[in-house]
Design a protein around this ligand. Structure first.
Ligand code: DC
Length: 219
């Protein structure tokens, strides 16, 4: 029987992961955070001190990488060659590097089968940049979740401050704008709304309001 796949795409910091997780939980679906896969490759590239924009070098490193996903109490854990790197991939340095390596066609091709095979086996909610456009063009529901860059940067900033990290709002905004630019102008699978996606702008919505709005849209 074919599985139900819900695609939630959009720019960094729009709240996709929190919302996708909540929507998946309400339905008992699997939640697949596809950004974590790009982040895992970025972590490996950083550890090897390779230039993330060096296509030949990064693509050569892919043969050394094995990524596995594990779900513990419903929470996604990502393993890089057997090591659980779920926390290590959440730094600002990895965010910027993930945006850079994700522009490479070889990196995207490397992760395509993994994403599709998980989606084929489970009812799931996937969040990313190109789920509705490239990975699962036939997904039953497609949402494009966005918000103003300032609102997205402020949310990220508040999250980081709450975790006790020393950050400046302007630095977070700069990273958000840099990633928006990179993710939406790359030649391979750029960030854009699928023609059949419903656009949700969460700039003026609370988290709860956004979850409810998306839940209603999914039906
Ligand atoms: O969603 P995130 O911030 O964890 O994603 C990290 C980077 O990975 C993001 O800047 C772009 C890239 N990415 C992508 O190109 N395609 C996806 N489906 C998910 C993430």
């Amino acid at each position: 029987m074919s599985k139900i796949n819900i695609a939630i795409d959009g720019p960094a910091g729009a709240g996709k992961s929190t919302i996708a997780k909540a929507v998946a939980e309400r339905r008992g679906f699997l939640y697949l955070d596809t950004g974590a896969l790009y982040r895992t490759i970025a972590l490996y590239v950083l550890r090897k001190a390779a230039d993330p924009k060096d296509r030949v070098k990064v693509e050569a490193l892919l043969s050394e990488i094995k990524i596995d996903l594990e779900y513990i109490d419903g929470v996604q854990h990502v393993k890089l060659n057997g090591e659980d790197v779920s926390e290590l991939i959440r730094t600002p340095e990895v965010s910027v590097c993930a945006s850079e390596v994700s522009a490479l066609a070889g990196v995207r091709a490397f992760l395509l089968d993994l994403q599709r095979s998980i989606a084929a086996e489970h009812d799931c909610v996937l969040d990313g940049r190109d789920i509705g456009t490239v990975v699962l063009p036939n997904a039953q529901k497609k949402i494009y979740l966005t918000a103003s860059p300032e609102a997205r940067a402020m949310r990220r900033y508040n999250e980081m401050i709450a975790k006790g990290e020393a950050v400046e709002y302007n630095d977070v905004l700069r990273d958000v704008l840099y990633r928006d630019q990179n993710d939406s102008t790359r030649a391979n699978a750029p960030l854009k709304s699928a023609p059949d996606a419903v656009i949700v702008d969460s700039t003026k919505l609370t988290l709860e309001e956004t979850i409810d709005a998306i839940d209603k849209l999914i039906g």
